[in-house]
Design a binder for this molecule. Structure first.
Ligand SMILES: [Zn+2]
Ligand SMILES: [Zn+2]
Length: 218
């Protein structure tokens, strides 16, 4: 059994007040840190530079995160190194004989994805250790729930206690009821009723359905 890490419980409870899945929020914070390590701090780390170079950059998801990052200089330094290597691939393609058909070698997996896969599994194991804790379950019941991809991942790793499932059900049923209420008020007969907490229900439902951060696909 995984030992209980009180920081995981504190983090989880803090993120339960957000409109998105608390695990997705935890993962996204770790993603931002990991990107910083690979770019800003990784500039002086030969091993990390090699990882990103062998991957010829980052996947579309992490590339988009880097484009939105604040550290433009770190992104530029990493991009310069990668553009040099992409141009070498192009040189190779140009110099290769016409037969067999010249190819560009498939790059290695995005290093941030590799790191986040590891983190997702670790944070799920950390959360599982608290699944039967009453403070944990109360926070979960008052949140909008763990997203479906993270729930599937948790369920694939261990048997989830009934108290956990009940708390998750409370959260999801509230989101579903809010979506139904949102739709009801779009009807002309009820349009005059003021929007309340259900105004953003459909967004919260999509946080539940798809998650909002990198997830390990089962
Ligand atoms: Zn999630
Ligand atoms: Zn990635």
């Amino acid at each position: 059994m995984t030992s209980r890490d009180t920081r995981i419980l504190a983090d989880f409870r803090a993120h339960c007040t957000n409109p998105e899945c608390p695990l997705c929020a935890m993962v996204r914070h770790a993603e931002v840190r990991t990107l910083q390590v690979f770019c800003a701090e990784g500039a002086g780390d030969e091993l990390r530079r090699a990882d990103i170079r062998n991957a010829r950059g980052l996947c579309v998801h992490h590339g988009a995160m880097l484009r939105d990052a604040r550290d433009a200089l770190a992104a530029a330094v990493t991009a310069l190194d990668l553009m040099t290597n992409l141009l070498r691939d192009l040189d190779g393609l140009e110099r290769a004989p016409r037969w067999p058909k010249p190819r560009i070698n498939r790059p290695k997996k995005c290093p941030v994805c590799t790191e986040m896969t590891r983190y997702n599994l670790a944070v799920c194991a950390g959360v599982q250790a608290w699944c039967d804790d009453s403070q944990f379950q109360t926070a979960l019941a008052h949140s909008h729930g763990i997203c479906a991809p993270h729930l599937r991942l948790l369920a694939s790793q261990a048997v989830l206690p009934p108290g956990f499932i009940a708390a998750q059900r409370t959260a999801w049923e509230r989101v579903r009821a809010d979506v139904a209420e949102y739709i009801r008020k779009r009807d002309d007969r009820f349009r005059h009723e003021p929007d309340a907490h259900e105004a953003d229900a459909w967004r919260r439902a999509w946080f539940v359905i798809s998650g909002s951060s990198f997830t390990v696909h089962e």
